[in-house]
Write a protein of this length. Structure first.
Length: 315
């Protein structure tokens, strides 16, 4: 019996030693050992949210222009062209996005620009953005003056800019909405009731490409004129000839006072004699010419419009 007990003890000892050996062997497929302690939290990208983006163009064109969207996805910066069709992009929550104020492909004299106050932001939830871009041309408005004078200013020119009607004085270059009409003021600032600078050329049109328009203003004075007869009779009416807007003009005179705007510095003339219905009958003319300096009686039937004058020949 003692021998049996000794065998049992020996067997238990062998089993215990074998178990310890296996536990100490790290390479054993059956070895049991504790997992190493964590050395820190593994980095993770923020959750993704949907950013739906598109854009549109007002005023046509834009086939060569693109709107570029910048955003961050899975920690990587992305930049790509968006289209007119809403498209959804997966973007890191809490990251920045942006589009362009002026479309890529715009040039120094043609552009597509948005009036949106914010073209960038931070996304933290699904977001839809859509921007409208206005097509514009860089256009120059100019003017020139004939017949001189002084005290005037550049003419106001009205046109559409970013969807609103604006007015700026010429000369100057401005961004004008494509297809916009423009209009020059008829008179230059500084004009008065007796002296003015009036346009004689077309002062309106449409901006359909980059370019320039130049409008001419003529310096003019306001004159009055009439005629009277001594000793009666019925002669043929006299005619006052001068220039208006650079073009010759003849105005029939009457006993009643008339007025007209005549080019500054232009010559004027009227009939020196009037004929009637009877052979040998005539009316010889003298004129009372009134200027800013005073009145002068003259037999000369012509002169120069150097200011607002009154021409009143007597026959």
């Amino acid at each position: 019996m003692k021998r049996s007990f000794a065998l049992i003890v020996l067997a238990f000892t062998l089993i215990t030693v074998g178990t310890l050996i296996l536990a100490s062997d790290q390479h054993s497929p059956t070895a049991a050992y504790a997992l190493p302690a964590s050395h820190g939290t593994v980095g993770r990208n923020p959750p993704l949210v949907g950013l739906t983006a598109s854009y549109s163009v007002v005023g046509g064109g834009g086939s060569q222009a693109q709107d570029l969207l910048s955003y961050v996805s899975a920690g990587s910066q992305q930049t790509l062209a968006i289209t007119g069709s809403p498209t959804t992009y997966m973007v890191d929550s809490g990251s920045q996005w942006s589009v362009q104020t002026v479309l890529n492909g715009s040039t120094f004299n043609e552009r597509w620009i948005t009036t949106a106050p914010n073209v960038s932001g931070t996304i933290s939830a699904p977001l839809t953005i859509s921007f409208s871009y206005i097509h514009q041309y860089l256009y120059t408005f100019n003017f020139n003056v004939t017949k001189g004078g002084g005290g005037f200013q550049g003419p106001p020119v009205s046109f559409n800019q970013l969807g609103s009607v604006v007015s700026f004085p010429a000369p100057g270059s401005f961004w004008v909405d494509a297809g916009s009409g423009y209009n020059y003021a008829f008179l230059l600032p500084g004009s008065t009731g007796t002296e003015r600078w009036a346009t004689s050329t077309l002062g309106s049109g449409t901006v359909s490409a980059p370019g320039m328009t130049r409008v001419t203003y003529n310096h003019q004075f306001f004159i009055s004129f009439s005629f009277s007869l001594v000793n009666g009779g019925s002669p043929i009416q006299p005619t006052l000839s001068s220039f208006v807007g650079g073009t010759p003009d003849a105005i029939p005179m009457t006993p009643s006072t008339q007025n007209a705007w005549v080019d500054g510095g232009a010559p004027y003339s009227f009939n020196a004699q009037l004929s009637g219905g009877v052979t040998g009958e005539r009316w010889q003319g003298t004129t009372l010419l009134t200027t800013q300096s005073g009145s002068v009686l003259s037999f000369i039937p012509n002169g120069t419009v150097n200011g607002p004058i009154s021409i009143t020949p007597v026959f």
